[in-house]
Design a protein around this ligand. Structure first.
Ligand code: NAP
Length: 305
């Protein structure tokens, strides 16, 4: 029998007009045969911002809205307005999904499990008990990545251009119950600091925006040192479809992926929370890939390529 529920979903943030979330979620709704819409809720950082945040959350509370994604700059500002957080959102200190559960607004973070699921898929199951990762950058996405890696038993080194930022990140995550044998260190993102960590590294994650369109030639890994032999490269950046870092890695014979899979997976986990159905991951990925391809073709036609 057809599921007759109607889902009003959306994304709260600023800016949001270039978000790919509507494409992924609309494809998911259609693939499982649900009616609904995924709207954008732009909320710029003005004096009205908190009032507007409260209004949107009220829509969730009274059932007019059935699920909300949250992006920059509201991933932290929304927290005091919610009734509770999942343990993942609490540990990371950021919310990207809100749902109403038994009348209470619950904030979750699906970036961390979304990253881990896609990493394990991309690495064909994963890693040995003693695997080591270097994470470049120490912002919001790095926080989710480091949390996920520590939970999965990795030894992690966070490299950032402002060493204090990496130190704060590892201090705040130090209370999580990591698997025995994990460790985490903070270093500066310089060739001399990285040198001592590259020899037995299995994974490099780019959690900086370097390489993101329109600055597509930027590479976060310092030119002075070669990428570690046998390492897997996971670039969180997904626009362009092949980043300069991923291209460099592949040309050196290394396995590499962009963050498109993480984008799909974090959306899939949110969709499952909101609808209670298995997310149609293949349809979500296919719609996203087709959309990005169409957009790139149009851009080449307009600007030459
Ligand atoms: P963020 O909070 O602004 O953090 C960015 C980090 O990169 C900071 O540590 C920042 O250092 C560093 N950084 C920026 N420019 C740099 C440069 N030129 N050299 C060295 N380090 C630099 O951003 P975010 O939310 O973590 O996002 C980071 C990237 O991940 C973005 O491209 C985003 O699109 C991507 N992302 C992808 C997914 C996905 O699903 N695939 C999910 C989340 C994020 P400073 O603080 O010193 O600037």
């Amino acid at each position: 029998m057809k599921d007759s529920r109607y889902f009003n979903l959306g994304l709260l943030g600023w800016p949001v007009e270039h978000s790919l979330s509507p494409v992924i979620h609309q494809a998911a709704l259609e693939a499982v045969g649900l009616s609904g819409q995924y709207r954008l809720y732009p909320n710029p950082p003005t004096s009205e911002m908190i009032i507007k945040l409260k209004e949107i959350l009220e829509e969730l509370r009274c059932g007019n809205l059935h699920g909300l994604n949250v992006t920059i700059p509201h991933k932290q500002t929304v927290i005091p307005l919610l009734d509770d957080l999942t343990s993942t959102a609490r540990a990371i200190g950021a919310v990207n999904v809100i749902s109403l559960q038994e009348g209470r607004l619950i904030g979750d973070n699906t970036d961390a499990p979304g990253f881990l699921a896609d990493l394990e898929r991309s690495m064909n199951g994963g890693h040995s008990g003693q695997s080591r990762a270097i994470v470049l950058g120490a912002g919001g996405a790095a926080r989710a990545v480091v949390y996920a890696l520590l939970k999965a038993g990795w030894k992690v080194c966070v490299a950032s251009r402002r060493p204090k930022q990496a130190q704060e990140l590892i201090k705040e995550l130090s209370t999580i119950s990591s698997k025995p044998g994990t460790s985490v260190a903070a270093i500066s993102l310089t060739p001399s600091s990285l040198k001592s960590y590259v020899s037995d590294c299995d994974l490099v994650v780019n959690a900086t925006p370097l390489g993101m369109s329109p600055h597509v030639d930027a590479i976060p890994w310092p030119q002075q040192i070669p990428l570690p032999a046998g390492v897997f490269i996971y670039d969180l950046v997904y626009n362009p479809p092949e980043t300069a870092l991923v291209r460099l890695a592949r040309s050196a014979g290394l396995a590499a992926t962009t963050g498109l899979g993480m984008l799909v997976e974090q959306a899939a986990l949110a969709f499952e929370q909101w609808t209670g159905l298995d997310a149609p991951r293949s349809a979500m990925r296919a719609a996203l890939t087709a959309f990005v391809q169409r957009r790139d073709d149009q851009s080449i036609k307009q600007h030459g390529g």
